[in-house]
Design a protein around this ligand. Structure first.
Ligand code: 5GP
Ligand code: ZN
Length: 138
């Protein structure tokens, strides 16, 4: 029995209640094509259980998701002949999350694909960087 949120569209897709273009499925995850792809082959890893985002996933899900992302990236790169790959995961609206069921974007990249995912860089002084490190060191 999966842990679901009845109002969540990705719960319905992940568990097969709403059809999707599935490219991989196992006991814990479904990998589907994104309906509005940034590039050819843009896919999403969805856990079958509902977690709002990275903050909420279990350690078990966390431990399984990166090996799956790797497996899919290797396979998709072989099949699509892409030149590179982005793995992206957004948490909360401010970070670009629009569907509040944890998911990982698998984004094949092609030379001249017209996408630009580069973040704007800022300069910080040594003191500022030291203060940031001190505030978040674990
Ligand atoms: P986010 O912005 O939350 O990280 O990503 C949500 C992604 O889900 C978007 O890329 C969007 O195109 C995709 N998406 C939203 N609704 C659906 C849907 O019903 N089916 C599929 N396959 N993708 C969806
Ligand atoms: Zn859900």
């Amino acid at each position: 029995m999966t842990m679901r949120d009845e109002s969540c569209i990705f719960c319905k897709i992940a568990n097969g209640d709403i059809p999707s273009r599935t490219i991989y499925e196992d006991e814990d995850f479904r990998v589907i094509l994104d309906l509005a792809p940034a590039v050819k082959g843009h896919a999403l890893i969805l856990p079958k259980n509902h977690y709002r985002n990275l903050y909420e996933i279990t350690d078990d899900t966390a431990a399984k998701v990166l090996p799956l992302a790797k497996k899919m990236a290797v396979h998709m790169t072989e099949r699509l002949g892409c030149d590179g790959f982005n793995v992206i995961q957004n948490n909360n609206e401010v970070a670009g999350q629009t569907v509040f069921h944890f998911h990982v974007h698998l984004i094949p990249r092609y030379r001249d694909d017209g996408q630009n995912l580069v973040l704007e860089a800022h300069t910080m002084s040594d003191e500022e960087l030291d203060a940031v490190r001190d505030s978040i060191a674990l």
